[in-house]
Write a protein that binds this ligand. Structure first.
Ligand SMILES: [Zn+2]
Length: 419
């Protein structure tokens, strides 16, 4: 049902634009360009020392020339739950994607009960491109393209949780919209891995820890290189007003290779001393991806780098469940996690740079939350947030408290949707 309505929304986009006040049509200013980069579980405790060491030059550039700070997240945060809040500015209980599994079924877009940002934008005539964003499988129609990311189901991983299916191995739904783009990607990008690899199980690791860790990290490098090629291709050949790209290998690595100390819960020298820099290295690699992406923007583009939550070493005293130190499959010995009951223990982060964005500005405490992302992005396009949205426009990040486009001038009525 939702799908159909989103489709109708896109068809109505022309009408919505026609409904703009005559003055707005006459001047016809170019629509703002926005690039959102979502990094799953970006952890400031790891990021900050790397910034000091000068190992994240591109992120440092964003921070220096923009506004940054913590991003308050939901309680017991995890990727599908928080991303769906980012998409809709509504609590998990309302948008319906409450975790990796909802009533035993892997989180998917059919469960989304509130209208996501790509639908608001598409209806207003904004061109949208999304790739590798978690919890966007099966893809939904947009005024542009959508290529799914983490939680895409596929061969040998039918449950769709933490899989790494290749584009040709996707099962149980479509990973690419429009259909024609799939072959184009296979031809020009190749049959790439859609998501980061599942973490190895304790059984696989036993007795050959170093070998398994090195092989797993090598595959992460391969996956990131393929995804970077995908981003490059899409940014070059399908530029859009609004682009949303995702990264998820960093978090996956942190769960079991966080550089913990011998006194941390779950410490196992056979695993945790093998590649001490494995997790920080993910951010160094991420920064290179960021550099590649930033080559495609100009000084008038807004760049939002956001993470859904952080990730911290385990704290034994909070857990009584013997499986608490295993991953979602209950097989990998994890040493860091993010689904702590108090989400403020593992905040996400936000860095914004662009025209009218305050430079060298830091948000203190929890001025910004995952609920504020969608209203703020819509505000940049002059689109009124839906009445169900619970976040606020982050006016504090804009110079003189104003965004460049007048709010509400292009505000279409939010579509009703149901399941
Ligand atoms: Zn995680």
């Amino acid at each position: 049902m939702k799908r159909t309505l989103t489709g109708i929304g896109i068809c109505l986009a022309v009408l919505c634009l026609a409904a703009l006040p005559a003055a707005a049509q006459k001047s016809n200013p170019p629509r703002p360009r926005v690039l959102v980069i979502g990094v799953n579980g970006m952890e400031l405790d790891i990021i900050r020392p790397l910034l000091v060491e000068g190992k994240l030059p591109n992120l440092a550039h964003l921070i220096k020339n923009g506004t940054y700070g913590k991003l308050r997240t939901t309680s017991a945060p995890n990727c599908p739950k928080v991303y769906s809040t980012i998409f809709t500015s509504t609590p998990p209980a309302e948008h319906g994607v409450t975790g990796f599994l909802v009533n035993g079924i892997t989180a998917n877009t059919h469960m989304l009960k509130e209208e996501p940002i790509w639908s608001f934008l598409s209806k207003a005539g904004v061109t949208v491109g999304m790739a590798n964003v978690p919890a966007t499988f099966p893809v939904m129609p947009v005024n542009g393209y959508m290529v799914s990311g983490m939680l895409t189901r596929g061969k040998d991983c039918e449950d769709g949780v933490l899989c790494a299916p290749k584009l040709t191995e996707v099962e149980g739904g479509k990973a690419v919209y429009p259909d024609s783009l799939k072959q184009e990607l296979l031809t020009n990008v190749g049959d790439y891995y859609i998501d980061c690899s599942r973490m190895p199980a304790a059984e696989e690791l036993k007795g050959k820890e170093t070998e398994v860790i090195n092989a797993w990290l090598a595959k992460v490098d391969l996956i990131r290189a393929q995804q970077t090629k995908l981003f490059e291709y899409l940014l070059t050949n399908h530029p859009k007003d609004f682009t949303f790209l995702g990264q998820s290998c960093e978090d996956r690595t942190g769960h079991w290779l966080y550089p913990i100390q011998p006194f941390n819960a779950g410490y196992n020298p056979k695993i945790n001393d093998v590649r001490l820099n494995a997790f920080p290295n993910q951010y160094i690699a991420m920064d290179k991806v960021l550099g590649t992406i930033l080559k495609h923007i100009d000084e008038n583009t807004y760049v939002f780098m956001i993470s859904d939550h952080g990730i911290k070493p385990l704290r034994e005293f909070e857990e009584t469940n013997p499986h608490a130190h295993m991953d979602h499959e209950k097989t990998t010995p994890v040493i860091a996690k993010h689904d702590f009951a108090d989400g403020d223990d593992v905040p996400g982060s936000i860095v914004v740079m662009g025209p009218n964005i305050k430079k060298d500005n830091r948000l203190m405490g929890f001025e910004a939350s995952v609920y504020d992302i969608a209203p703020t992005l819509l505000h940049i396009y002059g689109i009124k947030p839906g009445p169900e949205m619970q976040g606020h426009v982050l006016t504090e990040i804009f110079t003189s408290g104003a965004a460049p486009v007048k709010t509400a001038s292009a505000a279409p009525a939010p579509a009703e949707h149901s399941h």
